[in-house]
Write a protein of this length. Structure first.
Ligand code: IMP
Length: 150
């Protein structure tokens, strides 16, 4: 399935499931190695976008993170607005160190100075769906990542 249609838009495969899995494994190994022996908490950011007014939900939000190394796991970093808010919150809650990991990063869209520690793929400033990312609620369950063509 190289081409798909979601609502009024067409998409084609950009990253295959194998490519994504390979990269995810490599990132996981690197994080494991870098943070060996530290008290680490992983923060998954789900659903919704601050920039369009919806609230992001954070897994483990009620945990005491004082003195811990927190690794923020993002699906995609676009402008970085969401990331900035999340990092602000984590610092207020006295995390010792905050690391950022994102599967996808759009350097052309990024407007912040916050360094991103672990990046799966740098991608052009195109809209993508699949592997958890949706277009208006559609496409989230696709196993590959697709980019908008029309
Ligand atoms: P930011 O705050 O501008 O960095 O936006 C990050 C959020 O926007 C992500 O967590 C996604 O929910 C959403 N987003 C940005 N670009 C895309 C895309 O290409 N496809 C699907 N969602 C996206």
């Amino acid at each position: 399935m190289n081409e798909i249609k979601l609502l009024d838009r067409e998409f084609s495969v950009y990253l295959t499931e194998d490519e994504i899995q390979g990269r995810v494994t490599a990132l996981a190994e690197k994080i494991n190695e870098d943070l060996k022996g530290e008290d680490v908490l992983f923060f998954g950011i789900l659903n919704g976008v601050f920039s369009t007014g919806k609230i992001k939900e954070l897994i483990g939000w009620n945990e005491d993170i004082t003195g811990k190394t927190v690794v923020v796991i993002e699906d995609i970093v676009d402008t970085g607005a969401t990331l900035e808010r999340v990092i602000g919150e984590l610092k207020l809650r006295k995390a010792a160190e905050v690391k950022i990991c994102t599967l996808l990063f759009k350097p052309e869209a990024y407007t912040k100075d916050i360094p991103i520690d672990y990046i799966g793929f740098e991608i052009p400033n195109n809209f993508v769906v699949g592997y958890g990312l949706d277009y208006d609620g559609y496409g989230r369950n696709l196993k590959a990542i697709y980019k908008l063509t029309k």
